[in-house]
Every structure is written in C-alpha cells, then in structure tokens.
Design a protein around this ligand. Structure first.
Ligand code: PMV
Length: 360
C-alpha cells in the first residue's frame, strides 16, 4: 500500500453524532527504532512485543457541526480532568493526519483518555495513547465509509498512529509487530506496522515483561529530539545496518526459540540505542546509576542460575525485564529480593505479551 491509498475519495454516509471507545496497549521494542526521516518515516526497521496490561483507554465523542470549522474543534480530558496542556500535541497530530482524515474539521470532538499504568511512571503513554486515538478516528471513518475492510482499517489505524508517535504504529495488533521496510520480511513497510508474518516459537507467545520503575521523572531529552540527533551522527549508518542485521537474526530466533541468541540480540539492541544517545552531539545519558545496578544484577543472576532472563530499555532509565512464562515464579522472587530496592518507591509493573487493541 502507498501513502495515497490512505487518502479517502469522499464519504458514502453522513454521520451526525456518536461515541466510540478503544483500549490500546503499549509496546516494547526488541530491535529499536531510533532515527527518522520526514513524516515519521523510520531510518531503520524495528520489531516489538505488544504488551497486555499497560494500556490507554480513549473515548471519542463526535458531533457534526453546522458548518465546517476553520480549525480543529476539540476538548481533551485526562482521567476526567480537562487537560489543555495536551492540546498542542493533539493539534499537531490532527494537522499531520488531516489529509487522510478530512472529516476532522466537520466535527466537534470530545476526547476522554486514561491509562491503566500510573501517570508519570516514566512509561511512555504516546504509543498506547496515539494508537487508541487513531483507532477511534478509524471507527468514525468506518461509519462514514462502511465498506472499509478489516485489513484497511487496521493498516490505516497504524498509519495514522505513526504520524502521532512513530512507535505507536506498533500498538494496534499483537503479538509481534514489525515496522519499517526490511528486505527479508514480506509486506514490511515504512508506513505502518505489520504482524510479524513468519513462524513464532511457542515460548514467545507468553513472554513476560516486568517493568522496573527506576526513575519516574520527566524525560530529560524527548524522543523527538533524540531521533533528530541521528541526523549527522557519526555512527548512524552503521547503527541502521546493525538494526537490519539484528532483525534478520531474530527471524531465526523467533522460529527456533533459541533464547541465548534472543538475549544477546535484545540486550545488544538496548545498549546500542543508549550508545547512540551517549555519542550524539549534544550527548546525553538517560540511564541512572540504578539502571546499571539492575543490569549487573540480571547478568549475575543469569550466570549463576542459568535462567534465561534479560533486559531491554526504552528511551529512559526504566528497565524491562524479559523472560519466558515458565520462569515467572523464580524471576519474580529474584525481582522482589534483589531488584525492587533499585526502583523508585519500590514500584514495578508486571506485564506480558498481548494481542493488541480492543474496541470496548
Ligand atoms: O515513538 P517515539 O518517537 O517515542 O520513539 C520511540 C523510540 C524507542 O522507544 C526508544 C524505541 C522503539 O522502537 O520503541
């Protein structure tokens, strides 16, 4: 599918008003997206586990206006409270998608949103938030054009979510989602995420992700700024090639369930992502001392017990601890005994691989 295929050629129905609710999960990348071209086109392909418990629930109410507005007309509520400081981000999102969702200015919109994870937990809500909103908009588009196919609906939801926040395009479906053109993945696209199309070993279908909240504060450097620092970065080309190669290697791992290789690729990706941050100009560090303490504890534990547990990182200090479900009990005991001490207020979130967004 091409970009033009997402521009509607008129609507078949007229819809006066309505209300729709979607819940959409967060996701955790195994091969990281870091660096982008214009319009949120990724500089390299990425693949992620869709999560199950960390979700945003968004309700969109729409009321057709007598005359089409000059500007976007919407109100935004977060956990029941009016949130005008989120409005610029949503306005920017609407500006980016107006070409593909030209009905936007025909309606007065009320957006109500809440997260299942604690606010300011340092967990990025942009992936779950933007994907939930994109799905609500697609539900309205589906009412305007009832013959939209399921496949088009999901691809366009991912396409729109991408324009809100790149990684959000990986939060529409589960369980493994790939985004970005990759030579060895049929159907892969820079425009939207696709369900990983090849064989996936049983072990990955119930993988666990326990998120250790090391630092719940505001990020010092936004991911937008971080992506931009990959322009002119001395290691950019090598990093993009590495991501392609790691995705290639992961295909074998997904099929065979080879956990030592999985661990090696996933941890290397996490550290490469942070190495890019530490070697950009200006340079910055998002890990905290406790992030490193935790990483070392995980390495020690894996070495002494042989339990295949590993870590990955987002653009922040929190640590995602990844492990197969069959080791859940012992890993949770290890986390409680040895890692919780490094978490801010002892907080962590138990999550696992999920099946994607749901209409409520
Ligand atoms: O979607 P953004 O622009 O917030 O970028 C997310 C980047 C990482 O989380 C660091 C990696 C990824 O692929 O999710």
């Amino acid at each position: 599918m091409r970009e033009q295929d997402f521009i509607p050629v008129g609507y078949k129905k007229s819809v006066q008003s309505g209300k729709v609710t979607w819940q959409s999960p967060s996701n955790i990348a195994l091969v990281k997206y870091w660096g982008k071209k214009e319009n949120q086109i990724p500089a390299n392909p990425s693949v992620s586990f869709t999560l199950k418990n960390c979700k945003t629930i968004t309700t969109l109410e729409f009321q057709k206006k007598e005359t089409r507005g000059e500007d976007f007309d919407f109100e935004l509520f977060f956990e029941g409270n009016k949130k005008d400081d989120f409005k610029p981000k949503i306005t920017k999102f609407f500006e980016r998608i107006e070409k593909y969702s030209p009905f936007l200015k025909d309606y007065k919109l009320i957006i109500q949103t809440e997260n299942t994870f604690p606010h300011s937990s340092g967990i990025a809500s942009s992936a779950s938030g933007m994907s939930a909103l994109a799905l609500c908009l697609m539900s309205l588009e589906k009412q305007l054009n009832p013959e939209l196919t399921e496949d088009y609906f999901l691809k366009k939801a991912s396409f729109l979510a991408r324009l809100g926040s790149g990684s959000a395009c990986r939060s529409i479906e589960g369980e493994l989602i790939e985004w970005g053109k990759h030579e060895s993945t049929a159907g892969s696209s820079d425009l939207f995420g696709i369900k990983y199309p090849y064989k996936v070993h049983e072990v990955f279908k119930t993988y666990q992700d326990t998120i250790l909240l090391v630092d719940k504060g505001q990020k010092q450097v936004s991911s937008t700024l971080g992506h931009n620092l990959m322009h002119g970065h001395p290691f950019a080309e090598a990093r993009f090639e590495q991501a392609h190669a790691n995705l290639e290697k992961l295909q074998v791992v997904f099929e065979t369930g080879n956990l030592p290789d999985f661990i090696n690729i996933v941890e290397s990706e996490a550290l490469s992502l942070h190495a890019m941050m530490m070697s950009s100009e200006p340079y910055f560090i998002l890990m905290k001392p406790n992030t490193l303490e935790i990483i070392n504890k995980i390495w020690q534990y894996r070495e002494t017990t042989g339990v295949p547990v590993c870590f990955t990182l987002d653009a922040g200090a929190n640590v995602h601890v990844l492990y197969p479900e069959e080791h859940k009990e012992e890993v949770l005991a290890f986390i409680k005994n040895e890692l919780v001490a490094y978490c801010e207020k002892g907080q962590y979130i138990c999550d696992s691989i999920g099946k994607g967004a749901e209409k409520l």
